[in-house]
Design a protein around this ligand. Structure first.
Ligand code: GKR
Ligand code: MG
Length: 419
């Protein structure tokens, strides 16, 4: 079955002012929607980042895979690698570790791989989870992903979520998310306030939610000493501590001194990082993310390798739409070693999506694997057109939390370590 055409559509959707170590989310989040169409008339969907440098590579790659067989993932990968070329795309937002050529190729390949799997599933009348080995769970648990946030974007009225700038605000945010979606695990995006205040917020969450596993993720802005101090303070409270400090060396030094496992989506972001991280025992949990680990099949391979070395699996998330959520759900449903609730930004979308409603839902904090063939989701063409128009008009062409934050606080620093 040959690829006849590939459509690439950038989209933008409204995003609240979520705070993190690199600043604050801009009013619009960007994504790229990929549609691969075969000579037999089947269409497969993929979703990836929307930053312009990445979008351009995705467009180049799209042109280079026309005529290839959707079953020939290795040939598609080789064509994508050639189209990407030797230069490196930088991940400007600084929250998913360093950029490299391998990571760039894997990031560009991923939406095409997902779309090809969607097509193969449709052709076989099977869900993607069956192409990945079959389900080990019928529904995939996700975590309530809490953020410190302003009441609204500067100059705009308060948004639907309201402010969360202290422990009470975060507990209230958690109550809303747990109440609305039934989440059974809670993650706090840290790296925003001094570490002791973030530890206080975790303790307040523990009091309010005694049974929910909790995680804290300051995106590597703490020193080794601070990480050890906070890790010890939160002994018995955290399920895992995510990227407290920068680099495999720093993580290894912290890992040996704190009682809970360390997790990462920053110091291990390509296969090249695994040997040293394993040897140094730097991490106990890897947050896999098919968007930059080269798609679903490669992510499943990494999961197997991690299991061999006793590394547990969770899943990383960035602002995303429903095609990504469907792909994440199929992967996690087929991967036995993903034993921690996966991260998702879905609640922050506030209902905006490019897919037709109904295929994805949360029940008790988990997303049941969609029933239909392939990914089990369909594009809503009207919504796609609206979101594409939003992209054309919004003026944002890359995620840049730092510059947006500096418009409000010119002294904002991205120094690491900050505390
Ligand atoms: O959405 O601000 C955010 C997050 O900080 C995201 O960009 C990170 O990549 O969720 C991510 C993480 O776990 O580090
Ligand atoms: Mg993280």
């Amino acid at each position: 079955m040959l690829i006849r055409e590939v459509r690439v559509t950038p989209v933008a959707f409204r995003d609240p002012p979520l705070l993190n170590a690199m600043g604050v989310h801009q009013p619009w989040a960007l994504r790229t929607i990929v549609e691969v169409v075969t000579d037999e008339g089947l269409t497969g969907l993929g979703e990836t980042y929307g930053d312009l440098d990445h979008l351009e590579k995705v467009r180049d790659a799209a042109a280079s895979i026309t005529g290839l067989d959707v079953y020939h993932h290795n040939a598609v990968y080789a064509a994508v690698a050639a189209a990407v070329g030797a230069d490196v795309v930088t991940d400007l937002h600084g929250l998913t570790g360093a950029a490299s050529r391998v990571k760039t190729v894997d990031r560009v390949f991923s939406p095409f791989e997902v779309a090809c799997l969607d097509i193969k599933g449709k052709a076989a009348d099977r869900p993607v989870v069956d192409l990945l080995g079959g389900r080990v769970r019928d529904a995939v648990p996700y975590s309530a992903y809490l953020f410190y946030k302003w009441a609204g974007h500067p100059g705009a009225p308060e948004d639907a979520f309201g402010p969360a700038l202290d422990p009470a605000g975060l507990v209230e945010q958690a109550r809303v998310f747990v109440g609305r979606y039934g989440f059974q695990s809670i993650k706090l995006k840290g790296g925003v306030l001094p570490p002791r205040q973030e530890a206080e917020a975790i303790l307040a969450l523990r009091e309010a939610f005694p049974e929910h596993p909790l995680r804290l993720d300051p995106n590597a802005v703490w020193s080794v000493d601070t990480s050890i101090e906070v890790g010890r303070r939160l002994a018995g409270v955290l399920e895992y501590l995510e990227d407290p400090t920068d680099g495999i060396d720093g993580m290894a030094r912290v890992a040996g001194e704190v009682p809970m496992p360390l997790a990462t989506n920053m110091c291990v972001v390509t296969p090249e990082h695994l040997p040293e991280a394993i040897e140094r025992r730097a991490i106990g949990v890897l947050l896999i993310d098919h968007h930059y680990w080269g798609g679903l099949v490669r992510s499943a391979h990494i999961a197997t390798l991690c299991a061999t070395f006793g590394i547990e699996l969770s899943m990383h998330s960035n602002s995303h739409l429903g095609i990504s959520l469907a792909a994440m759900t199929h992967l996690a449903a087929a991967t036995p070693s993903i034993t921690h609730a996966c991260d998702t930004h879905t609640p922050w979308q506030d209902g905006q999506d490019v897919i037709a409603p109904g295929a994805l839902r949360f029940a008790d904090g988990a997303v049941p694997v969609p029933d239909g063939p392939g990914l089990g989701v369909e594009l809503d063409r009207d919504a796609l057109a609206v979101m594409n128009e939003q992209y054309e008009k919004c003026g944002i062409r890359a995620r840049d939390d730092v510059t947006y934050m500096r418009a409000v606080d010119p002294s904002f620093s991205t120094r690491r370590p900050r505390w």
